[in-house]
Design a protein around this ligand. Structure first.
Ligand SMILES: *Cc1c(COP(=O)(O)O)cnc(C)c1O
Length: 356
């Protein structure tokens, strides 16, 4: 019924580009579907959402987001079931997190139902862009930024909320190597680490590059104060299996992004009877556990990669290797479960899928 109450102004592309897609060679995040959504905030309210052909937008040089960083984003995925239904994974969770990001960044909130309807409408229109291949999805990127044309520091009065979509394959083609970072910091208490703020990424690129030069795909961030506690991996939350228990840093600290993938993994694991420990996790115990063999599995959890198996953890010049991926019964079972669920191959027992 909501669909009827929200008006969309839709301008369809005269010619779809979907027939030109080389589905065998999808580069991650470089190809965009036919349409995008744009909704402007002005005069204290959200205006009618528009869907229009994908393309560049004009940007005024004084656009405040470019100077002062009021910019946030989200990421989620849609898949197609064997019956051809479009299934979007837990978009209301993204809507809620988007609101939290808006609040922390001093930006106007978007009602949850409006956010979800915007996603649904765009995905429905571009449903031909959802890949029909295992491991492939339509990645959906909602984002919002400050658009006041004004050089002066205060929260903007005007914003653009936009969504585009990109058909994607696997994010990582191999198990990932992570490096424990003890000098640089992603997020400090009281900062914006819990928000999905663009600037969090801007600040992490340089330290991540230094890690890459040493041969690691990603950093494993530690707490800003002591660097003794493991936090997350920047685009992914971190999960360990130690002595058969699922152990992961708790999200009480506002320095960790509350990932929807990790939350889903925990909820599924709980239903399987796995013991869960969400608590502070020390670097020391992880290194010990990998060394003595009690840590049998470790993976990053995030929308882009879903489950990214970790191959080795670098710490103070040493590499600590995890057991072969083939032996990781929990991660492999979870990976399959999540993929099957998202693709409508098994029952949606948690009610996580929204049909577009
Ligand atoms: C998006 C993101 C994640 C993963 O969250 P999901 O909701 O699972 O995609 C983890 N850490 C950071 C910093 C992120 O931005």
């Amino acid at each position: 019924m909501l669909e009827q109450t929200i008006n969309f102004k839709i301008t369809q592309t005269p010619e779809s580009r979907v027939t030109q897609v080389d589905w065998e060679n999808l580069p991650f995040g470089r190809l965009f579907s036919d349409h995008m959504l744009l909704m402007e905030y002005s005069n204290g309210e959200w205006q009618t959402p528009e869907i229009l052909p994908f393309g560049p937008i004009p940007v005024h040089p004084a656009t405040s987001a470019l100077h002062y960083g009021q910019a946030i984003f989200e990421g989620m995925k849609a898949n197609k079931s064997p019956e051809g239904d479009v299934l979007i994974f837990r978009p209301e969770m993204n809507a809620k997190r988007f609101q939290e990001s808006c609040e922390r960044m001093g930006m106007p909130l978007i009602p949850e139902t409006l956010f979800v309807e915007c996603v649904r409408k765009l995905v429905d229109l571009d449903r031909e862009w959802i890949p029909n291949k295992p491991g492939y999805s339509l990645y959906i990127r909602p984002f919002m930024f400050a658009t006041d044309e004004f050089v002066g520091i205060r929260p903007s009065d005007n914003y653009k909320f936009m969504i585009f979509a990109s058909p994607v394959g696997a994010y990582y083609s191999e198990p990932v190597n992570v490096l424990i970072e003890e000098h640089y910091t992603r997020a400090a208490e009281g900062g914006v680490g819990r928000a999905k703020a663009a600037g969090n990424y801007g600040a992490s690129l340089y330290p991540a590059k230094l890690g890459q030069l040493k041969g690691y795909h990603q950093l494993l961030w530690t707490d800003a104060k002591t660097h003794e506690f493991v936090e997350e991996s920047g685009t992914m939350n971190i999960v360990f299996i130690i002595d058969g228990k699922l152990i992961t840093p708790s999200e009480e600290s506002d320095t960790i992004l509350r990932g929807i993938t990790k939350r889903s993994v925990i909820e599924v694991a709980q239903s399987w009877g796995i013991q869960i420990e969400e608590r502070k996790v020390t670097v020391k115990e992880i290194i010990e556990a990998v060394k003595n063999g009690s840590c049998t599995e470790a993976f990053g959890a995030g929308t882009a990669a879903t489950i990214a198996h970790i191959n080795k953890i670098g710490f103070r010049g040493e590499d600590y290797y995890l057991p072969a991926v083939e032996s990781r019964s929990f991660s492999l079972k979870m990976e399959k479960y999540m993929n099957d669920l998202k693709n409508g191959l098994i029952e949606d027992e948690f009610g996580w899928l929204l049909k577009a």
